[in-house]
Structure formats: C-alpha cells, structure tokens
Design a protein around this ligand. Sequence first.
Ligand code: UDP
Ligand code: MG
Length: 310
Amino acid sequence: MSVTLSVVVPLYNEEEVIGESYRRLKAVLDGLGETYELIFVNDGSRDSTWALALALAEADPNLRLLSFSRNFGHQTAITAGMDAAAGDAVVVIDADLQDPPEVIPQMLAKWREGYQVVYGLRTKRVGESVFKRLTAKVFYRTLNALTEVHLPVDAGDFRLLDRAVCDTLKRMPERNRYVRGLVSWVGFRQTSVEFVRAERFAGVTKYPLSKMLRLAGDALTSFSYKPLKLSILIGSLVSAASFIYGIVIIFQRLFTSVMVSGWATLACLTLFFNGLILIMMGIIGQYVGRIYDETKGRPLYIVAEKINFD
Ligand code: UDP
Ligand code: MG
C-alpha cells in the first residue's frame, strides 16, 4: 500500500504523553487530506507505553507499531522507524510534544516545493533547564568547529525526509548513529522551518546526562578526526619545549654555577604528562571501541513485535 506521509515517533517510557501525543498528531494528520501512516517505535519501555500503544493501534489501522526487545536508544529507534516507513516523505518527531505536530504541514509544503530535507530549527526553547540549554549550545558549536560537514545549530531530529534521502540513509548501516549528522552529510536539497521548542507535555526527559554525553561522543567520533590529531599537536609542543629546556640545562651546567634541582617539579611533570597520555589513549579508545562495534556486525536493533504492518 502506498502512502504519502510516514510519521515516526520514538517512545521510551512515555505512558504520560502517548495519549495526548497521538491525539495531537491525529488531529494534524487527518487535516492534511493525504494518505499517511503513523509509526510508533517502542524503545523497550518498562512502563505501560506498549499496552497503551496496542490499545490505540487496535482501533486505528493507520497506526503501526514496532517494539524493540529492549532499550536501544533514541537514535536507533528513529532509525528503525525510518527503515519501516513506506511514505514518500518521512517525518521524525519526538513523543513528548516538544516538537509541535502543527509544524508538519509547513514541512510538507516545503517538501512540495521540492526540498528533500526539511529540518526544524528551534528559535526558542521553552521550559528547558538552563543547564540543558547551555550544554546544547556549547555542544552544537563545538561540534561545528570540529567537523567538516556543516551541522545546523539548534536543529534536533524533528525533520522531514524525502524517500530518496530515507533510502540513502538505509544504505548507511553504521552503529553509534548520530542521525541528524548523517542527514546533513548526505546532502540533497535541504531547508528549514522555524519553530518554538515547547515544554515537555508530561513526564521527565529520557535523556540523562550519561545519554547526552554518549550522543555527543557518537557525533564527534562519527564526524571528526580532530581529537585524534590533538595528541600530535600536544606531543609536538611538549617535544619542542623539552628540547629548548634541555639546551638551557646544558648551558647552565657548562657556563654557570647554577645547580639543576627539583624533585617536586619532576614528580609534578611526570604525573601531568602521564595523565595527558592516558587521556589521549582514552580518546583513541573511543574510536577503537566504535570500530570494534562495527566489526562485530550485530544487528542495529531487534524488533520483538510488529503491529499493523501488512
Ligand atoms: N527516547 C527513546 N529512547 C531513549 C530515550 C528517548 O526512544 O532511550 C525518545 C523519547 O521517548 C522521546 C524522544 O526520544 O520521544 C526524545 O527524548 P526526550 O524528550 O526525553 O529528550 P529531550 O527532549 O529531553 O532531549
Ligand atoms: Mg523531549
């Protein structure tokens, strides 16, 4: 069956928002006058999200459900949704209504104009903590400074993708995905629509600091080799400095009566540089670990249940 629009929604412990989210999405989608499918991807929720989704899908054949065997993470959930989507255009949107569904018609209009990627630009963030806003800002700007691909600042995963883009992404089965980066990387005709990022409708963020750091690490390692070059730079500087200092010591020994001393200095320097070396090894480790993930070739996600896909 062919549909024009697929809307992918990742859900992880969203029992408090799933009902309202479904209602708001439905209202917008029914008003479009297009054929559509709604794809809910249950990312191993441990609350009643899945039960609620099943109840909704029972009454609505346009609502398709995927359920993972466990929590695989937001980026994997939207990947699975995009893999399963049949639409000529695919929209990815969060379940918590921070991305307003009412923006979807604008995205669709841009798509009709011929754009193949329409991403949502957050002009304002309402009701998010100062910490979240600050870290997001620092993160996007650092990432842009370190990478060759241009990654739009203040854009999340709320976006519309043309079938061609979606099919291209399917051919990029890399693990530890930073999907919005991959979308920038593939190119095509891209544009944006602005929106105000609303407050979470209910519940709490499913992105604790650990997951945010993980995502930042994936983004950085996926799109930049600069951290790896850091050790070359620091190493060169240190070597140059020690060479100059060596000459100074020889000079002092031969031509002056200064006694070269300093056990404390030595201990301090040794500790400092051992620390530096370990940090650099850790950075290399981040890349090596991800290489290892790739070579294992495990499936990206495991779908335990599929509902309303024919
Ligand atoms: N999410 C998911 N798996 C996870 C974490 C989050 O599918 O492991 C979903 C979540 O249900 C929501 C979206 O990803 O639909 C964005 O998560 P959240 O709103 O908690 O992130 P924030 O907006 O706080 O960055
Ligand atoms: Mg959110």
